[in-house]
Write a protein of this length. Structure first.
Length: 296
């Protein structure tokens, strides 16, 4: 069997197009433009690139983008002051603090200081708490996990009743994706670095989500025939033939897994493009919430 490829670029463009149209309607009907504020502390090259592409996507979709930059030695108070100002700014619907923050800053306190209704990254503890609770829904779903679910749904992969195995339990990917799958009635197993016999768990899965940060760790012999495999990992693999001396690969060994799986996301071009698309969708939602309040 050769797996069908889940094309994240195509699905992300579909999401972006929906957002673009909804933003245009909001402008036309209410004269209201959604706004996203990005907060970048320091000059981490990866963070700078991420923020730039988030701001560019905002512009493409008609969302106002407000960029704030602080030096790498900014104090906790400076960062929280900035967040407070953005919380109070009615032109800002969503606030995205680019992680990781420099080590001397208390990341948790900064995330807690973001207004719940502007938490478009979905990392506020109240949002995560609602995600974990039965019968409750968060205002915003964290973007990468949300993207994984949309990839499955748009590819027609059944989630209800499916055995889902998530490898990785981080706050930003593994744990929220597990909670989302459970909310959609999958039977969920979460594996991590202390899991005994990882392969045995993964082999039972109808849906595998790999969010590990380990180059091509999930191999074809670990996959149940026909399973859907979502590869969140982004790793640099040395490659002397590549211009940069490396190429990007996932946590899944694409070549061996595609021979066994029913569906698989590539890296790049799978989960990656979804993350920004879902951020745009969350920003639109934040604007809808603000608009509903304004017109009440
Ligand atoms: P973390 O390092 O925070 O978490 C990794 C998880 O994998 C941990 O739970 C860890 O277990 C587990 N793990 C590590 N080694 C093993 C192992 N040998 N066997 C089983 N489990 C293991 O990473 P993130 O969740 O932040 O990111 C995961 C990957 O996803 C990275 O490659 C990252 O670059 C990528 N990523 C991609 C995004 C996108 O937009 N496509 C967005 C965010 C991340 P333990 O808890 O026991 O330490």
């Amino acid at each position: 069997m050769t797996a069908s490829i889940i094309d994240g670029k195509v699905i992300a463009e579909r999401v972006r197009e929906q957002v673009r149209q909804a933003v245009a309607r909001m402008q036309e009907d209410y004269g209201y433009t959604p706004g996203l504020a990005t907060v970048l502390v320091g000059e981490n090259p990866a963070s700078t690139t991420y923020v730039r592409s988030k701001r560019k996507t905002c512009e493409e979709l008609g969302i106002r983008s407000v960029g704030s930059e602080l030096p790498a030695d900014a104090t906790q108070q400076q960062v929280e002051h900035l967040v407070a100002a953005l919380n109070a700014d009615p032109a800002v619907n969503g606030i995205l603090v680019q992680l990781p923050l420099p080590k001397h800053l208390d990341e948790e306190a900064v995330l807690n200081s973001i207004s719940l209704e502007k938490d478009v990254d979905g990392f506020h503890p109240v949002n995560i708490g609602r995600l974990a609770m039965k019968g409750r829904d968060p205002l915003f779903i964290p973007c990468t996990p949300y993207g994984c679910i949309v990839l499955l749904e748009e590819s027609g992969i059944p989630i209800r009743g499916a055995e889902a195995v998530i490898v990785g339990r981080s706050n930003i990917v593994g744990l929220p994706v597990a909670m989302l799958l459970q909310k959609r009635d999958a039977t969920v197993t979460i594996c991590h670095s202390r899991t005994r016999d990882l392969a045995e768990h993964v082999r039972r899965a109808d849906i595998v989500i790999a969010a590990i940060g380990q180059t091509e760790m999930i191999t074809g012999d670990m996959i149940k025939p026909g399973a859907a495999v979502i590869d969140v990992g982004i790793n640099q693999k040395p490659d002397p033939t590549a211009k940069r001396g490396y190429r990007l690969v996932g946590d899944v060994d694409f070549e061996s897994v595609k021979e066994v799986a029913g569906a698989i996301t590539p890296v790049p071009g799978g989960v990656g493009p979804m993350t920004i698309a879902m951020l745009m969708k969350n920003t639109l939602r934040a604007a809808e919430i603000a608009l509903a309040k304004r017109d009440r």
